[in-house]
Design a protein around this ligand. Structure first.
Ligand code: 1HE
Length: 264
C-alpha cells in the first residue's frame, strides 16, 4: 500500500490498482470549503492518471457535512455562482471521468456531501449513515449538482420532501429510495466499496468508460436516440482487442462462470 498526503484536506492512498481518497477535515465534519474543493480536484486528476477505480470516504465520524457554511456566509452572489460552477466542474470530473468511483458513506451525508456522493457511480452506506438536504433550513439551495443528480437518483418528489421538510433518511430508506446501492454493517462501508472497486477494476477499461459515460447520457436521450447510440457503443467496445480476448477466454472455458447468489 502506498500512502501519502495530497493536501491537508484530502488523503490519497494506493491499494493495488485502487486509489483511496479520504475527506480529511473531521474537526469540521469534512465541510467543503473553496480550498477543499481544489484539493478534491487535485485528487481526481491524480486518480485519473494512476488508478483503475477509486474509493471515496470520510475521515472521522461523518462522510461530509456539505458546504462550509462559515465561508459561505460572506459570499456575494457572483462569488456564489463561481463557487457552485466550480463544484459542478470538479464533480463532473468524477461522474464523467474514465474510471469508476465507489463512495463509502457513514454518519452525515448531507447537503453538498450528498451531492458529492451522488457524483460517484456506486454508493455503499453503513448503518450509521444518514442523508439530508438542509439547504432550505439554511436559506439556500443545492449548488453542487444535487438538483440534477440527486433528483435523478431518487426522483423529484422525494428530493422536494427532503428539501421542504428537512426529512432525514436512514441508510435503509436511502437504499429503498435508490440513493445508495448497498447497505452494510457499521464500519464496513470502506471495505465493501474496496471489494466492489477491485471487481470493477478487472473489467475492460473501455467497458467501464462506456458504462459510466454512456448510461447517464442515454438516460437523458429520447428512446430512439438512446437505442441508436447504444448500438454504436456496443459495436465499438465489442471490436476492441480486449473484448476479443475476453470473449475467446469464455469460449475456451478460461473465464469464470456466473453463479447464482449463494451458490458455490
Ligand atoms: C461545519 C459544518 C458546515 C459542521 N460548515 N462548519 N450542511 C449542514 O447544514 C449540516 C450542518 N452540520 C450539522 O448538522 C452537524 O455538524 C453534523 C450532523 C454534520 C455533525 O454533528 P456533530 O454534533 O457531530 O458536530 P457539530 O458539533 O455540529 O460540528 C462540529 C464542528 O464542525 C463545529 O465547529 P466548532 O468550531 O464549533 O467545533 C461546526 O460548526 C462545524 N461544522 N458542519 C461549516 N457544513 C454547494 S451547495 C451545498 C449546500 C449545502 O451543503 S447546505 C448543507 C450544509
Amino acid at each position: 500500500m502506498g500512502v501519502d498526503v495530497a493536501s491537508h484536506f484530502v488523503t490519497y492512498e494506493t491499494v493495488g490498482e485502487i486509489a483511496h481518497i479520504g475527506l480529511n477535515r473531521p474537526e469540521k465534519r469534512n465541510a467543503i470549503s473553496d480550498r477543499f474543493v481544489e484539493a478534491i480536484a487535485e485528487a481526481v486528476a491524480r486518480a485519473e492518471r494512476e488508478a483503475k477505480a477509486v474509493v471515496l470516504f470520510g475521515h472521522g465520524d461523518h462522510f461530509c457535512a456539505g458546504l462550509d457554511l462559515a465561508e459561505h456566509v460572506k459570499k456575494t452572489a457572483i462569488e456564489g455562482v463561481r463557487g457552485s460552477r466550480r463544484w459542478h466542474s470538479v464533480f463532473s470530473g468524477i461522474e464523467h471521468g474514465t474510471i469508476p468511483w465507489f463512495s463509502a458513506l457513514h454518519g452525515a451525508v448531507v447537503g453538498g456531501g450528498l451531492e458529492l456522493a451522488a457524483s460517484t457511480h456506486i454508493r455503499v452506506a453503513d448503518e450509521t449513515a444518514f442523508f439530508a438536504l438542509p439547504e432550505g433550513q439554511r436559506g439556500i439551495f443545492v449548488g453542487g449538482g444535487g438538483s440534477v443528480r440527486v433528483a435523478r437518483l431518487t426522483g423529484v418528489a422525494r428530493m422536494t420532501d427532503m428539501m421542504l421538510t428537512g426529512r432525514v433518511a436512514s441508510a435503509a430508506e436511502a437504499e429503498r429510495w435508490n440513493v445508495v446501492q448497498y447497505v452494510v454493517p457499521a464500519g464496513e462501508a470502506r471495505k465493501k466499496a474496496h471489494d466492489l472497486a477491485v471487481v470493477a477494476a478487472s473489467n475492460a477499461a473501455l467497458s467501464n468508460y462506456a458504462v459510466i459515460n454512456a448510461l447517464p447520457r442515454i438516460q437523458d436521450m429520447a428512446k430512439e436516440d438512446g437505442l441508436f447510440v447504444e448500438s454504436f457503443i456496443s459495436s465499438f467496445t465489442a471490436t476492441s482487442p480486449e473484448a476479443e480476448e475476453r470473449l475467446q477466454a469464455f469460449l475456451d472455458k478460461r473465464a469464470a462462470r456466473l453463479r447464482a447468489p449463494g451458490a458455490n
